[in-house]
Structure formats: C-alpha cells, structure tokens
Design a protein around this ligand. Sequence first.
Ligand code: NAD
Length: 274
Amino acid sequence: MIPLILVGASGRMGRAVEAAALEAGGFRIKARFSRSEPLSREGPGSGEAGYGLERPGAGQSSVRDALLRCAVQGDVIVDFSRPEACRDTARACAERGAALVTGTTGLGPEDERALAEAARRVAVLRAANFSLGIVALRRAVAAALRALPEDWDIEIVERHHRRKVDSPSGTALLIADEVAGHRGGSEVSRRSGREGAAGPRPRDEIGIHSVRGGTWVGDHAVLLAGTGESLEIRHVAEDRSAFAHGALRAARFVASAPPGLYALEDVLSSPGRG
Ligand code: NAD
C-alpha cells in the first residue's frame, strides 16, 4: 500500500484522486490537506478510507507546517491546489524525503525553482495534464507539424469550467511551447486572444484562446490552418477521473523512483513502474 497525502484534498481534483485511489486499490490515504480544512490524518476508528479526521482549527497551520509534521520518506504527496501551496509542498517534500506528484497549474518562476530544488533530493513528477489522451494529442500535433509546410498557422483553443482561475490553461501553454520548439523556438511569439484592429496575422505567432463557462472539465483543440484547408486535433476530458488515474500512475512511479524531475512521459515509457 502506498501512503498518499493529498494537498488540495477538498478541491475538485483532490476529491477525484481520492475516489480513484479507493477504486484502484494499492493506496492508503494517510492525510488530506487543504486551505479550508486544515489537516486530517489516519487514526483509530478510521472510516472506510482508512483515516480519521483531526481538526486543529481552521488556519492553524500552513500546508508546509502540516506536511513537516506528518510526511515521512516513503509517502507520496499528491498536490492539486494553488501555486503557493505547491511551492510550500515541494519544500516540505524535500525536507521530509517524501516523493511528490503535482498537477497544479499557473506556476511562477519561484514555484518552478522550488520544484527543481526539491527534485535534487526526492522524486518529483509534474504534469500540466495527467490524461493519457493529451500525451497522444501532443504526439499527433508533432507528427502533423512534421508533415505540413511551415506556413500553416497554429491556433490553440481551450475550454474550461467557469471556476478555473488561471488562463490560458497550463496544458495550452505546454502545447504552445512544444509547437514553438518545432517551429524554431525563440522566433515564435505566443498571443492570448485578439481584439480591435489586430492587423493581419503574423506568420510566426501561436494564438491561444481561453473559453470559460459551465462545467467543461478540459477541452484542448490545436487548429492548423493552411490555404484552402485546415486540420483540427482535439482532446476532450469528460471526467476528472481521466486526470486522477494518470496522477495515480505517477504516484506509483515516484514511489520507487530516484530523485529527479519527471514528466508523465517517463511513466509511460516505463511500464513496469507506472
Ligand atoms: P479547486 O479550487 O477545486 O481546489 C483547490 C484546492 O486547493 C482546495 O482544496 C483548496 O482548499 C486548496 N488550496 C488552495 N490554496 C491552498 C493553500 N494555500 N494551502 C493549501 N491548500 C490550498 O481546484 P481544482 O479544480 O481541484 O484544481 C486544482 C489545481 O489543479 C489547479 O491548478 C488546476 O488548474 C489543476 N488541474 C490540473 C490537472 C492536471 O491534469 N494536471 C487537471 C485538473 C486541474
């Protein structure tokens, strides 16, 4: 049984990961942590999920303090929260020797640094999108770009639920970075949305458009437009369980991986471990 500590446990993804872990088996929920619901951990009289609740009082501890109190080497911390909590979580993982899987998006340079520093001491796996279909989409886009002339325009359209806080999505940014890499890197600019007299579309530009509304879980379309023809490669996540199961594969992987910063592709190319 792999002991999991959930950061962002009360959120949409935290709940999906917990449900998927119970369904998959092989995991034990050791503790849950989120902003509104301080720390819960296993204890006597624990319920079906194998934990009891401890409520030391809202706001009593930060995620870092809580993790320093309960995480040990051998635990896997699964974080779907906010950038500041992800950063604190990475620091606590490094201090306690616990492995980390994080799917939190909207990270800034300081958060990225905290993950890179933690990865020198523990296994850290980070993915902006844990669904297997997105891995396939990225490969399909790379193959399409190899097959098409350089003058085809590239636009990314992403749709997410009305409560998503960061735009564009981390997945759209990741796809844009990869596409830019195929098209000569630094020459290519990213543009979020267009309005007014934006002028003709520059050739070396990747447009990203964020649609927000309703309950869309995650929808990414890459549009490749030539003269007189176009191609659209699209992935639709219908349910958060798609991300949750990918995060659990990642958790199995980091549980036995040496220190380092890993991506979902490392799990997929290592079938014995994920
Ligand atoms: P949500 O708003 O439903 O949940 C956020 C959780 O984080 C809550 O439990 C909240 O209490 C907790 N939290 C916020 N600030 C905190 C803090 N300072 N300390 C501790 N806990 C804190 O959000 P969500 O839809 O579950 O998404 C969470 C993150 O995961 C977002 O960044 C989202 O973009 C990302 N996400 C990633 C993937 C993926 O596959 N990588 C998929 C879906 C969502």
